[in-house]
Design a protein around this ligand. Structure first.
Ligand code: ADP
Ligand code: TRP
Length: 322
């Protein structure tokens, strides 16, 4: 049986957060043992919302360290920085000629981002085409992502099918892998947790900041002696770290008068620090050895480039580029 190629990416627009972890990274780590895993830091994607040289440089480097610290292993998987394999931008241009403006206009993620105040530049608008290029350039069989990315993957499939209908079986049509049991992780304001919305609980970084974010999780105004609503962000976020029985216990506590949100918040903070403590030490090691990290980036780049080069050649040949 052929080993499936699994591919996914994460944007370095800010600190990686627990939504990224439970929505995507944790599943990639689970896949790693049994598949040909490709994972990249999507810095071209971040450019659509982040125009700050220092921040982009720093976040790209730290995000790379983050995924290594969380368990993606360069000896088993191909891990690289998107812009180091620039064939992706060439493929995105080619694919944009097989993508209707109408389909891009229906992008809910684009509309959400505009509603949140991001500037509607062309990069943001055509972002799903770059994402299609990321996936198709590497002949990915399966793409694990959080639910928020489902529409982008449907667009990728549409673009690839349209291309193959015109030019033969050049591109691999990817399958979407979404954990239907995992809802979109709520941010501290109960909207989708996202680096672009300043509502995240980061996995790494400053302990005090993580604590402050947890303390800022919105709660309702239920009095001490009232029972509490479990359909709220504090409950939802805490549950991510608990097994079934522990979730039942937490429900019980919410249903019993006397619960103080502050106690739950303090507990959650302790839980998160403990949950990621090994990964925090590994990350510190990577951060203090930048040369070894750059070597690993180079290794990933070379592996990714060899696949990308072949695909781009066959695509160009198939459309008539001499
Ligand atoms: P962000 O929105 O914070 O910039 P990315 O777009 O880089 O995050 O997402 C990287 C991966 O993490 C994607 O697979 C995405 O689906 C997943 N992800 C991001 N936010 C969430 C969330 N709130 N819940 C579940 N998965 C998420
Ligand atoms: N758009 C994805 C996100 O915001 C990140 C991403 C870019 C990606 N290219 C990808 C995910 C290709 C999977 C496959 O979450």
């Amino acid at each position: 049986m052929n080993t499936k190629r699994i591919l996914s990416g994460v944007q370095p627009s800010g600190l990686l957060h627990i939504g990224n972890y439970f929505g995507m990274i944790k599943r990639m780590i689970d896949f790693q043992e049994s598949s040909d895993m490709f994972c990249f830091i999507a810095n071209y994607h971040s450019l659509t919302s982040l125009n700050d040289k220092e921040k982009l440089e720093k976040n790209t480097f730290t995000s790379f360290c983050d995924v290594l610290a969380l368990g993606l292993d360069p000896s088993k998987s191909t891990i690289w920085v998107q812009s180091h394999v620039s064939e992706v931008a060439e493929l995105a241009w080619i694919l944009s000629n097989f993508t209707s403006v109408g389909m891009m206009e229906r992008s809910t993620s684009y509309k959400d981002k505009i509603n949140k105040g991001l500037k509607p530049n062309m990069g943001l608008f055509s972002y799903p085409i770059l994402m299609a290029a990321d996936i198709l350039l590497f002949h990915s069989d399966i793409v694990p992502v959080g639910k928020d990315q489902k529409q982008h993957l449907e667009m990728t499939r549409d673009i690839a099918i349209k291309f193959n209908n015109a030019f033969g079986d050049v591109l691999t049509i990817p399958e979407i892998d979404i954990d239907e049991n995992m809802n979109i992780v709520a941010g501290i304001d109960d909207q989708k947790m996202s680096k672009s919305y300043n509502n995240t609980i980061p996995i790494f970084g400053d302990e005090q900041y993580i604590k402050d974010q947890i303390m800022n999780i919105v709660t309702d105004s239920a009095g001490l002696n009232e029972i509490k609503d479990i359909n709220t962000p504090l409950f939802k976020i805490y549950s991510l770290f608990l097994d079934k029985n522990q979730i039942e216990d937490l429900k019980e506590r919410y249903n019993t008068p006397g619960l103080k949100y502050m106690d739950i918040k303090n507990e959650l903070f302790e839980y998160i620090m403990e949950y990621f403590s090994d990964q925090r030490s590994k990350r510190d090691e990577y951060l203090s050895n930048p040369d070894s990290v750059y070597d690993l980036m180079k290794l990933g780049e070379e592996k990714a480039k060899s696949v990308a080069g072949e695909t781009i050649e066959s695509v160009k040949k198939s459309i008539g580029m001499i």
